[in-house]
Design a protein around this ligand. Structure first.
Ligand code: DC
Length: 222
């Protein structure tokens, strides 16, 4: 049977960096479920649908054909036959994803795709509802968090390094807003699964978090 490691947590907690590193070490597939919600958002934007048009979102999402593939170990998202990975990090796409990911039909469709993948392959899957909803029987469940200030600082440094000028307080306010939205939506809100291990990366580096997850994995399969 395939082994599943679920990593959930708020925006900027370092989930994807950690999940990728763990997947690489264990030679598992890394599944970034946020990218799937972003691909669905891109599909909706391309159809000219607005975030508040929930009926249209429900109808349009049924027709989107989303799948994932891997190129040099990196996840690629395919939307209706086109590799759309390069468009997914755009602000507009993220904003639409933040709203459309709360739509029941969107979630049903993508959760099914995620479960099918996890049944076939050993995966490290990251998202918001993996341990609570998508893979309730995952072998290892981690809830990775860090203080809003730490997460804002990380994002600030990343943007500065890329030559983008920004204001730390604004980034922190944005993070708090996204946390609130993710944690208070009706369907599959972000929360720690009862049996997930809480890791706070505020005072841990990537290496330490990775080591702890690998330790949990070895403990789980022993
Ligand atoms: O992690 P991310 O920023 O790429 O996620 C994009 C959006 O999708 C974000 O608003 C949260 C949402 N999401 C979700 O609702 N469930 C998941 N399993 C993953 C992401």
């Amino acid at each position: 049977m395939a082994i599943n490691i679920a990593i959930d947590g708020p925006a900027g907690s370092g989930k994807s960096t950690i999940a990728k590193a763990v997947a690489k070490e264990l030679e598992f597939i890394y599944v970034d479920t946020g990218a799937m919600y972003r691909a669905m958002a891109l599909h909706l934007i391309r159809k000219g649908i607005l975030p508040e048009e929930s009926e249209k979102i429900m109808e349009a999402c049924e027709k989107a054909d989303i799948s994932i593939a891997y190129e040099n170990g990196l996840q690629q998202v395919i939307l209706d036959g086109e590799n759309v990975t390069e468009y997914l990090r755009q602000e507009e796409v993220g904003n639409m994803a933040s709203v459309s990911s709360a739509n029941l039909k969107v979630r049903e469709k993508l959760v099914q795709l995620q479960r099918t993948l996890a049944a076939k392959e050993n995966v490290v899957m990251d998202g918001r509802d993996i341990g609570t909803c998508v893979l309730p029987n995952a072998d290892v469940k981690v809830y990775l968090t860090a203080s809003a200030h730490t997460r804002a600082l990380r994002r600030y440094k990343e943007l500065e390094e890329n030559g983008v000028s920004c204001v730390l307080e604004e980034i922190e306010a944005d993070i708090n807003e996204r946390d609130y939205r993710d944690m208070h939506r009706d369907i599959s809100p972000l929360k720690k699964a009862e049996d997930a291990v809480l890791l706070d990366s505020s005072n841990m580096n990537i290496m330490e978090v990775k080591r702890e997850i690998i330790r949990l994995y070895k403990e789980a399969i022993a």
